[in-house]
Write a protein that binds this ligand. Structure first.
Ligand code: ACO
Length: 430
C-alpha cells in the first residue's frame, strides 16, 4: 500500500504521499500542499528539498558513498575512463566496444573550432577570467554550423550533441589557456585520446608536439572522471533550472559554468591552493588558518572542507589524496603544499569544531595539488572541473527534457517586504 504522511495545520489535515527511492531514501511529495493546506514549504538553500527524482547518481553522504548509474566511484576510478563514464552517465549503461569507439570518433570529429570562434576569442583581454570566457564560448557553440544526419535516431542525436559539447569544451578550455599566453591555436591530433589531446592542445608548440606521460594522462582522466556528476549540486541544479524553460543545452551548461565558478562550489579548488600557498609562504600558520575558520574571522572558511551532503569522507577526496601521493612520486615532484595540506587535514580532523560539524576534506582539497603537479595553472582549475562535470550536466539536462512530467522550475517565496504603500512624488519625500 502506498505510504502517506499526515500533516495537520489549524483545523485542516492533509495526507501527503511518500516517495521512496531505490536505495530506500524517503521523500514527502508536497505537490498538493498549497491547494490542500494553504501552505508552501520554506527551505533556503534547499537543504531538505528534493527538486526531482533521478536515476543518474546516488550519494549516501553519511556513509561516504558515491555511485554513477549504480556503479561505485571506486570501481570506475580503477577500471574506467572519463570518456566511458561520460557515455555511462548520459546513456544510462556501460557502452559496448563499438558504441565507445563511435563516441570517441564523434569526440574527435567535433574537436576543431570553427574559424569564427577564434575571432570571438580575440575580443577578450589576455587576463580575462577563464570561467567567463568558457561560459561565453559555450553559449556561442550553437551560433556556428553543425552538420548532422537527418536519419539519426533520438539516441544518436543525443550522443552527437553530447560529443559536440564535451569535445568543444575541451578545445575552448585549451585555446583560452593559449590565448592568455599569446600562443597560436593548434589543431587537435586525431590520433590522441580525449585527455592526451587536451594536453596537446594546451601545451604543444607548432614545431614540437607535447607528449603527455601515461601518468599525467591517467591522473587527468581520474580528475575528470571523479568530477563527472554529483547529483543536484548548485551548478547541476542551475543547468536543470535553465533547461526547464526549454532553453537549449548550451545555454543551460553555460549557466552552470557560472554557478560552478563560485568559491563555495567549483571555485573552491582555486581557493584551496591560494590558502595553502599563503600558509606555505608564512602569511598565516596552519594553526592560524584552523583558528580563523573556527572563529569565522572575516568570513574565513577552511577551503576544501565541508560539504552539504557528505557528513563523512568525500570518497572522491580519498581517491584524489592517494592519487596525489602516487603521481607526485611518479613525476618526481616535491610539492611543499602537499605537506601543508596533510598537516591541515590532520589538525582539522582532530579538532572538535570540525569533528562535531562533520567537516571532512572534499574533492577540491587535493585536486588542485594534482593539477599543479601537472603544470596546470591555478586559474584553469575550475575550468577543468567544468570539463569534468560536463557529462553530468548533459545527463541531468537530458533526463529532465526526456521526462514528460517535467515542469518549468519556479519556486515560491514568503514575502517579507512592506505592505501596500502609496507612491510619493519626489518633491514630497522627506
Ligand atoms: N570551514 C569552517 N567552518 C565551516 C566550513 C569550513 N569549510 N564549512 C562549514 N562550516 C561550518 C559552518 O560555519 C556552520 O557552523 P555553525 O553550525 O556553527 O554555524 C556549519 O559548519 C555548517 O555549515 P553550513 O554553511 O551550514 O554548510 P552548508 O551545507 O551550507 O555549506 C559548503 C557547504 C558551502 C561546502 C561549506 O562547507 C563551505 O563553505 N566549505 C568551504 C568551501 C568549499 O570547500 N566548497 C567546495 C564544496 S565541494 C564542491 O562544491 C565541489
Amino acid at each position: 500500500m502506498a505510504r502517506t504522511a499526515k500533516l495537520t495545520f489549524d483545523d485542516r489535515s492533509i495526507d501527503l504521499p511518500i516517495v521512496e527511492g531505490t536505495e530506500g531514501e524517503l521523500g514527502l511529495d508536497i505537490g498538493k500542499l498549497r491547494s490542500g493546506a494553504g501552505l508552501i514549504t520554506l527551505d533556503p538553500g534547499y537543504g531538505n528539498t528534493g527538486s526531482c527524482t533521478s536515476e543518474i547518481t546516488f550519494i549516501d553522504g553519511e556513509k561516504g558513498i558515491l555511485r554513477y548509474r549504480g556503479i561505485p566511484i571506486e570501481q570506475l576510478a580503477k577500471h574506467s575512463t572519463f570518456v566511458e563514464v561520460a557515455w555511462l552517465l548520459i546513456l544510462g549503461r556501460l557502452p559496448k566496444q563499438a558504441e565507445l569507439d563511435d563516441f570517441r570518433e564523434r569526440l574527435g570529429r567535433n574537436a576543431p573550432l570553427h574559424e569564427g570562434f577564434k575571432h570571438l576569442f580575440e575580443g577578450f583581454l589576455a587576463d580575462a577570467p577563464p570561467m567567463a570566457v568558457l561560459s561565453a564560448m559555450i553559449n556561442a557553440i550553437p551560433c556556428f554550423p553543425h552538420t548532422s544526419r537527418d536519419d539519426e535516431s533520438p539516441e544518436e542525436r543525443a550522443i552527437e550533441d553530447a560529443a559536440r559539447l564535451i569535445s568543444k569544451v575541451r578545445s575552448i578550455a585549451a585555446y583560452g589557456y593559449r590565448r592568455a599566453r599569446g600562443l597560436p591555436y593548434l589543431y587537435p591530433d586525431p590520433k590522441l585520446g580525449y585527455v592526451a589531446n587536451f594536453m596537446h592542445l594546451m601545451f604543444s608548440c607548432p614545431y614540437r608536439q607535447h607528449e603527455a606521460s601515461p601518468e599525467m594522462v591517467d591522473a587527468l582522466n581520474l580528475i575528470l572522471l571523479l568530477h563527472a556528476d554529483h547529483e543536484q549540486n548548485c551548478s547541476t541544479s542551475t543547468a536543470r533550472m535553465v533547461g526547464s524553460s526549454q532553453a537549449n543545452i548550451y545555454a543551460s551548461c553555460a549557466a552552470a559554468v557560472g554557478a560552478l565558478w563560485g568559491p563555495l562550489h567549483g571555485g573552491a579548488n582555486v581557493a584551496v591552493l591560494e590558502m595553502l600557498e599563503s600558509i606555505h609562504k608564512g602569511g598565516v600558520s596552519a594553526a592560524d588558518a584552523i583558528k580563523m575558520a573556527k572563529d569565522g574571522t572575516g568570513g574565513f572558511r577552511l577551503m576544501g572542507f565541508g560539504h552539504r551532503v557528505y557528513k563523512n569522507f568525500d570518497p572522491r577526496a580519498r581517491i584524489l589524496k592517494a592519487a596525489a601521493d602516487k603521481v607526485l612520486a611518479q613525476l618526481g615532484v616535491k610539492d611543499p603544499l602537499l605537506d601543508v595540506a596533510r598537516q591541515l587535514e590532520e589538525m582539522a580532523l582532530k579538532d572538535s569544531y570540525f569533528v562535531d560539524r562533520k567537516l571532512y576534506p572534499n574533492v577540491d582539497f587535493y585536486s588542485g595539488i594534482l593539477m599543479r603537479a601537472m603544470g596546470i595553472p591555478t586559474n584553469m582549475f575550475t575550468v577543468i572541473f567544468a570539463m569534468g562535470r560536463m557529462p553530468g550536466w548533459i545527463a541531468q539536462w537530458k533526463e529532465l527534457r526526456d521526462d514528460p512530467k517535467a515542469r518549468i522550475a519556479r519556486p515560491r517565496q514568503i514575502y517579507t517586504g512592506p505592505n501596500e504603500t502609496d507612491y510619493v512624488g519626489i518633491d514630497q519625500r522627506g
